[in-house]
Design a protein around this ligand. Structure first.
Ligand code: SAH
Ligand code: SF4
Length: 370
């Protein structure tokens, strides 16, 4: 006769279809998995520490779990890391990995070292369906959403090739629109912030979106990750041209949703990304209109001089114009920083992560003070 325990396990296992991928599960989901296995929910903490803090992926090596549990994990669970198709390092230390997913899709992950932090820029989708006018990812079309494991896996792949503690910040600014892949992105962000995961503070994990309003509204109830919003224009007429989603989710809906996200969170602000496109959105009157638009919302504007790519319809403004635009904002009390262009010869800039590995560009831009 079978033991009651074995009966219990087999009943629960029958409800699971195939081995469960554990790498992308946040703590509540992992606890639910152990529950379904007939185990105590706190096992989730132990397993997360093995995976994310010790980078041990083999259940057999997880010595504080009983032998029986390790065997059952081997039967009912799996941990899959994406593979690295190629790795590049730029002269300034920026690293770029082309990460291959199990079905052959590739996404890009970029590490940007700075004096006081190291930022990993990760992808949420293979390609992007949004079609922003200035974005190489959008031009390349849409492949598919990434699973939570494939998102978390990018941090594992990068960490394995960097010194311990090198990644202090994670930004969803690689390929794709994270808020079109809501649940996996939120689960991955929770793993990054979890005390038993990567222990990054909520200020150091940032989701960047082109403005999926309903998803921003949903975020309020499920996460307190930092929010960056790709604005790029101070009015609907211009934003409609640059970010097609604006025609469905215009500024008068987007801004209140963003403001509401930080409303009950003291000392939080929205980062507004603004790609500067020469002669399109970079005039002083645009800066003035932007300052008016953001009035009353705790804000920081991150100015990104356009990164040209083959076939692009836009040009990068001069260094002087970039500075002029930043000054026009600063004069009106709006905090503004200029994003330095990094890893240019490996096309390392977040937001223009095309999957090609040749065609290094030679143009260099003098870095502006942040
Ligand atoms: N889809 C999300 C996150 C990925 S894009 C979003 O749009 O926010 C990350 C950032 O890079 C966005 O602000 C995007 O507008 C910007 N970006 C895209 N293409 C760019 C380019 N060619 N030059 C400069 N920034 C670009
Ligand atoms: Fe997609 Fe962001 Fe590029 Fe727009 S800017 S096409 S949302 S990746």
């Amino acid at each position: 006769m079978r033991s009651a325990h074995a009966e219990h396990e087999s009943q629960h296992a029958a409800r699971m279809s195939g081995p469960v991928e554990l790498l992308g599960l946040d703590r509540p989901r992992l606890a639910a998995f152990f529950d379904a296995l007939g185990e105590r929910r706190f096992r989730a903490r132990q397993l997360m520490q093995w995976l994310h803090q010790r980078q041990v992926y083999d259940f057999a090596a997880m010595t504080d779990l009983s032998k029986g549990l390790r065997e059952r994990l081997t039967r009912h669970a799996t941990v899959t890391l994406p593979s690295v198709a190629s790795a590049l390092t730029a002269a300034d230390g920026t690293r770029k990995w082309l990460v291959r997913l199990s079905d052959g899709h590739c996404v890009e992950t970029v590490y940007i070292p700075e004096p006081k932090r190291g930022t990993l820029c990760i992808s949420a989708q293979a390609g992007c369906p949004m079609g922003c006018a200035f974005c190489a990812t959008g031009d390349g079309g849409f492949g598919r959403n990434l699973s939570a494991a494939e998102i978390v896996g990018q941090l594992h792949v990068a960490s394995a090739q960097l010194p311990p503690g090198a990644v202090t910040n994670v930004v969803f600014m690689g390929m794709g629109e994270p808020l079109l892949n809501f649940d996996p992105v939120i689960s991955a962000a929770r793993v990054f912030m979890d005390d038993f995961g990567f222990v990054l503070s909520k200020r150091r994990v940032t989701i960047s979106t082109c403005g999926v309003v309903r998803a921003i509204e949903r975020m309020r109830n499920v996460t307190d990750v930092s929010l960056a919003v790709s604005l790029h224009a101070p009015n609907n007429a211009l934003r409609d041209q640059l970010v097609p989603l604006n025609r469905k989710h215009p500024l008068e809906r987007l801004l209140p949703a963003c403001h509401a996200y930080i409303q009950d969170k003291p000392h939080r602000r929205i980062t507004w990304e603004y790609v500067l496109l020469s002669g399109v959105n970079d005039a002083d009157h645009h800066a003035r209109e932007l300052a008016r638009l953001l009035q009353g919302i705790p804000s920081k504007v991150n100015l990104i001089p356009f990164n040209p790519y083959p076939g692009a319809r836009f040009e990068r403004p001069s260094v002087g114009r970039v500075r002029g635009f930043a000054d026009a904002l600063l004069e009106r009390g709006v905090t503004a920083t200029v994003r330095e262009t990094r890893g240019e010869e490996i096309q390392g800039a977040c937001g223009q992560l095309v999957g090609e590995l040749q065609g290094a560009r030679t143009s260099k831009m003098t870095a502006l003070p942040m």
